[in-house]
Design a protein around this ligand. Structure first.
Ligand code: ZN
Length: 386
């Protein structure tokens, strides 16, 4: 069984949002009631006792029944996990980690872990006891059976984290044999087939906006109404940014793994790269580490091979046509002509071809004939000739 998670923003109507809020509230109430009970002196935690206590709570608070009963019932499992965690730490001599009471507005969430209690259909989500279906911002990325949904609320938005059993995942059959991918700052990724993924401009704008909003926030008086408003604006923007970033990374990794049998990427030493201050921001913004993770797990799902090239491979300096190593190609050189064979190279594209060749070599595939693609033709005049 392979489980994959996908978090999707929900677009509930006002009355649906009210239901979700009520469910979050019931869950929080039940959890806190249970925790208060088992935090008393002389009351020992056990799952059996918790189930008994829960039955009593359901009678005491009949409004639990207004939402799916599983919303409150699952708090027994949640608290069981929290206590197990705490006892494990206690054994090791740590005293922290005692379960804490849930606060309104913090960790507003509830889970449904039973298949008949919810359903995903296209871009809609059905939940028990809610008559209408909730719209989702996108459909599930994986095919398979959803086996758990956790609905959470943050910064005024609602999200569904769906856990999907992908046993029946149907791997795509990649049509093309291999590709090399060069990661960069100007373009996020350049493939040896000529496909280029530009760095996300929207993301860049959002990051600039974030810096401005954070400055504004720092000038507000703490605890004031305006401060709270500015805080929420920052939180909202943080969300947008992480979504924008993820969207691009998924796009690139989906493209590669659904199209190519062999994918060769660089072993980016992201830690080493981030020590250079100016590069640092751009590197962490691009999320290379995450991109590599995405490519690797999707490759496993879809049955393709990922080759990670040696960090010291001179992929940018080497002429992909004749193999001459040109040490003049330094950071900032976009176009260059090989002094030996006179081939004109685009720095990133040439690197991606070298990576592809490296991967094919490693797997002992036949060498590919050298072909020029559209993006390998200069768009600007600055060409380095030696
Ligand atoms: Zn050459």
């Amino acid at each position: 069984m392979m489980l994959l998670a996908h978090k999707i923003e929900l677009r509930p109507t006002a009355s649906q949002a009210e239901y979700l809020d009520r469910a979050c509230g019931s869950r929080r109430h039940a959890f806190n009631q249970l925790l208060a009970h088992f935090s008393q002196k002389d009351v020992k935690w056990s799952k059996k006792a918790a189930n008994e206590r829960y039955k009593a709570l359901r009678i005491e608070f009949p409004w639990y029944a207004e939402v799916s009963q599983r919303v409150t019932r699952n708090t027994v499992d949640d608290l069981h996990n929290a206590f197990t965690h705490f006892f494990r730490r206690l054994k090791k001599g740590e005293t922290s980690g005692y379960p804490t009471f849930k606060k309104r507005g913090l960790n507003d969430r509830f889970s449904l872990r039973e298949k008949p209690k919810f359903d995903v259909e296209g871009r809609t989500l059905r939940i028990e006891k809610l008559k209408t279906k909730i719209k989702m911002r996108e459909k599930l990325r994986f095919s398979g059976t959803p086996c758990q949904v956790t609905i959470s609320k943050r910064a005024g938005k609602y999200f569904a984290s769906l856990l999907v059993d992908t046993q029946d995942y149907d791997p795509k059959h990649q049509e093309e044999e291999s590709v090399g991918v060069d990661f960069g700052i100007k373009d996020l990724a350049v493939g040896s087939n000529g496909k280029t993924f530009a760095a996300n401009q929207k993301l860049k704008l959002s990051l600039e906006l974030l810096a401005r909003k954070q400055r504004r926030l720092s000038r507000k008086t703490k605890g004031s109404n305006r401060c709270a408003k500015a805080k929420q604006a920052v939180a909202k923007l943080h969300y947008r940014i992480s979504n924008q970033r993820l969207a691009v990374l998924h796009e690139v990794s989906d493209y590669l793994t659904s199209r190519f049998k062999v994918i060769t990427i660089e072993d980016l030493n992201v830690k080493g790269m981030t020590t250079n201050h100016k590069l640092a921001r751009a590197v962490s913004d691009a999320g290379f580490g995450m991109l590599r993770q995405f490519i690797e797990y999707k490759a496993e799902l879809r049955g393709c091979t990922v080759v990670v090239a040696d960090r010291w491979l001179p992929s940018t300096k080497e002429c992909s046509y004749c193999g001459f190593k040109n040490n003049e190609v330094v950071l900032g050189v976009e176009w260059w002509v090989c002094p030996v064979c006179k081939t004109l190279h685009n720095r990133d594209f040439n690197a991606s071809v070298n990576l592809d060749n490296y991967g094919r070599d490693t797997l002992q595939l036949d060498p590919k004939p050298y072909t020029r693609v559209a993006s390998d033709i200069p768009r600007c005049a600055a060409v380095l000739t030696v």
